[in-house]
Design a protein around this ligand. Structure first.
Ligand code: HEC
Ligand code: HEC
Length: 204
C-alpha cells in the first residue's frame, strides 16, 4: 500500500507544480476579488450579457492559480487579464483561487440542435480524425481533475469555450503543458467546436 502511495506521489507531483500545495484564505480572496466582480460576476458566475468573460465559480483552485500565474508571466496572452494578474502577488493568487473554488457554479443550457453531436464527440471523440474524447480528462460531467489541473468546463458560456478552442487551434493560446489542448483543438472543425461548446454549457 505504502509503495503504491509513494509511487503515486512521485508520479503526480511533477504535474502539480509549486503552486497547488498552498492553501488559500477564502475571506482574504473575497476581499481581493472586488475588482474582478465587474467582469466575472459578484458570485463568480460571470455576466450573462458578456459571455466572453468566463465563469470562475467552482473552478479548481489549482487551475485558477495556474491561469493567473500564466497571465502574469504572459504565457497566456490577454490584454485585459495581464494587468489584473500583474497586480496580484502569489498569496493573493492562492487566496483568490480558493475563494472562487468555494463558490457554487451555475449551469447553462445546451440547445437540442447540437446535443447529439456535442455529446458524441465529448464522450467518444472521433476515431476518423483522431480527436480524443474530452471526457477522458474533463470527466463525464465536465468537472475536470484538480490534481492534474484539468479544468472544470461544465456550465461555461459557450461563446467563451468556443473562443478558447479556436485560440488553442490557432496557437494564440499556448499555455497548455505538453501542447495537450493545442493538438486536440487542431483536429477540430468550426462545426465541432460550436457543437461541443454548446453541449458543455449544459453539461453537469
Ligand atoms: C474588464 C473585465 C475583467 C476583469 C476586471 C477581470 N477579468 Fe478575468 N477575464 C476577463 C476576460 C475577458 C477573460 C478571458 C481571457 C481570454 O480570452 O483568454 C478572463 C479570464 C480570467 C481567468 C481564466 C479563466 C479560465 O477559465 O481559464 C481567470 C482565472 C480570471 N479571469 C480571473 C480574474 C481575477 C482574479 C480578476 C480580478 C483580480 C479578474 N479576472 C478581473 C475579463 C476580466
Ligand atoms: C489529455 C487531457 C485532455 C483532453 C483529452 C482534453 N482536454 Fe481540454 N484541457 C486539458 C488541460 C490540461 C487544460 C488546461 C490547459 C491550461 O493549463 O491552460 C484544458 C483546457 C481546456 C479548455 C479551456 C478551459 C478554460 O476555462 O479556459 C477547454 C474549453 C477545453 N479544455 C475543452 C476540451 C474539449 C472540448 C475536449 C475534447 C474535444 C478536451 N478539452 C479534451 C486537458 C485535456
Amino acid at each position: 500500500m505504502l509503495k503504491i502511495f509513494c509511487f503515486l506521489m512521485v508520479s503526480i507531483l511533477p504535474l502539480v507544480g509549486p503552486y497547488a500545495l498552498a492553501n488559500g484564505d477564502i475571506a482574504a480572496g473575497e476581499k481581493k476579488s472586488m475588482l474582478c466582480a465587474a467582469c466575472h460576476g459578484p458570485d463568480g458566475n460571470g455576466v450573462e450579457a458578456l459571455p466572453m468573460q468566463p465563469r470562475l465559480a467552482g473552478q479548481h483552485a489549482e487551475y485558477t492559480e495556474k491561469q493567473l500565474h500564466d497571465f502574469k508571466s504572459n504565457s497566456r496572452k490577454n490584454a485585459v487579464m495581464a494587468p489584473m494578474a500583474a497586480a496580484l502577488n502569489d498569496e493573493d493568487i492562492s487566496n483568490i483561487a480558493a475563494y472562487y473554488k468555494s463558490l457554487k457554479g451555475t449551469i447553462g443550457t445546451s440547445s437540442s440542435e447540437y446535443l447529439e453531436t456535442g455529446e458524441r464527440l465529448y464522450r467518444a471523440g472521433d476515431a476518423a480524425t483522431g480527436l480524443a474524447a474530452c471526457m477522458a480528462c474533463h470527466g463525464p460531467n465536465g468537472k475536470g481533475n484538480p490534481a492534474a489541473k484539468y479544468p472544470s468546463i461544465s456550465g461555461q458560456f459557450a461563446e467563451y469555450t468556443a473562443a478558447q478552442l479556436k485560440a488553442f487551434r490557432s496557437k494564440a493560446r499556448a499555455n497548455d503543458l505538453n501542447n495537450v489542448m493545442r493538438s486536440i483543438a487542431g483536429k477540430m472543425t468550426d462545426v465541432e467546436i460550436t457543437a461541443l461548446a454548446d453541449y458543455i454549457e449544459g453539461l453537469h
